[in-house]
Design a protein. Sequence first.
Lengths: 347, 215
Amino acid sequence: MITFDAVTKEFPGGSVAVDHLSLELPTGQITVFVGPSGCGKTTSLRMINRTIEPTSGTISIDGEDVTTQDAALLRRKIGYVIQNAGLFPHRTIADNIATVPLLNGVDKKQARQEAVELLTRVGLDESMARRYPSQLSGGQQQRVGVARALAADPPVMLMDEPFSAVDPIVRDDLQKEFLRLQSEIGKTIAFVTHDIDEAIKLGDNVAVLREGGHLAQLGTPQELLDHPADQFVADFVGRDRGFRALSFMTAADLETEPVTAYVDRQHDVRLVLDGDGRPAGWSVGGSPDLHALPATFTADDSLRLVTDLAITSPAGAAVRVDPDGVADGVVAHEAVARHLTSLRQGG
Amino acid sequence: MITYLQNNYPEVLSDLRQHVWLSLVPVLIGALLALPVGFLAVRRRSLYQPIVNLGGIIYSVPSLALFAVIPAVLGTGIVSPLNVVVGLSLYTFALLTRTVADALISVQGQATQAAFAMGFRPLRQLFGVELPMALPVLFAGLRVATVANISLVSVGALIGTGGLGNLFTGGFQLGFVEPIVVGIVLSMALAALCDVGLVLALRAMTPWTRTGARA
């Protein structure tokens, strides 16, 4: 657990970046610091590994005040990932990953070998180990950045806008893989972003900061969306927070119509299945060219996905599939609306 | 010309040998001195301007005057080769201090921030991250200093130790053009050879700069 106790950072010249910040980052969870520019989120993060020293207050990790420890040794116990990865251009990928183990005096051969194993852990091919950072794409470099932070198996990781500099599709991949990785390793993570969508997607807890380094609200993403503490949080979370909140509702309880109702119907828009019963596409106006489905959903997915699929489909309906990909139900957007109405009345 | 070389090659060879060490030893000494001082100028930014100015002043002292003053200051003999070594070391130091400081400043960025945040201590960060990244800029300065030294050694002939410069003074005194031409050609060839050597050394030390970088 990382604890901030009345932490204040005043820079020379009198600007206060963080003002009496007190909060706890639970062990094994992702806590996201989010807020507009100048809210002190990066400063807060950097005070944890003492790359910035607080003016007053204490930060402790598992009860131990960070300022009582040797700064360099403290930092080696805390994984660090930054925007654009910040890899060493003159070192191979394997040596980049092995940075902290090598600092700690681990045998070179062993450190490199472990680095290569970490490569596959973050979804890269082992053949990348001998390349240099400039030979990798931005997304690949960022994966190496994560691997480098994990190399010494630190209990705590700090991530400063790690996925901000890559394009949206790569970012989405990186975020998903990051969550998968975290489910395996369970690190205590402090994550900084200015993107509320990313905060909601990744955070177990989200700390919304306002300018001048004040904590506006700390809560789970759903608490933030359902009960913003004040107008600032409500504005920051955004106008479409109702739609975002659908991310936390399951599609399991939706009433579905049988697939046959859409396959056999006499209608301009019909569902076409392949020989195995998997959805092949929508047939519109009898044309032989099928409209491919943007995606399908399973009972584990969120209402947000189902709603999106339903309103973008030519039939106004989303197709549910079983684990084998066989279509086993169809949900029209009217059914989603009915479901939401019943939830509101029930809750 | 051929006859001149046939008759005088032992002298020419010994002048060339002297020229090599008179010019290259100071590069080494000057570079070793410039490293810590350049590093200091980066660490203590308030010292950057004074240090760079000092380098400029040293470099602006005329070489002949410097060679003549050094024996008086150091108490070395007026014809001691040490005078040339000390003088050229000073020039190299003056030239490279700024190069070192600017090279180290130029590599500050994401990678050095990351190094600091991952637990590098200052010296290890200097030798493990900053200097290797600064090699291309450092070598640019080193090439200039080396070539400048090779050309400056000749001036030492006027105070008795000048490597190939001895051929120039000898040629002038005796009214022979051959030794002057031989001296110029060998001096330029030596400069070119050292320059190529430095380029190759840099290539060998920086494989990461030739990886067909992506944008």
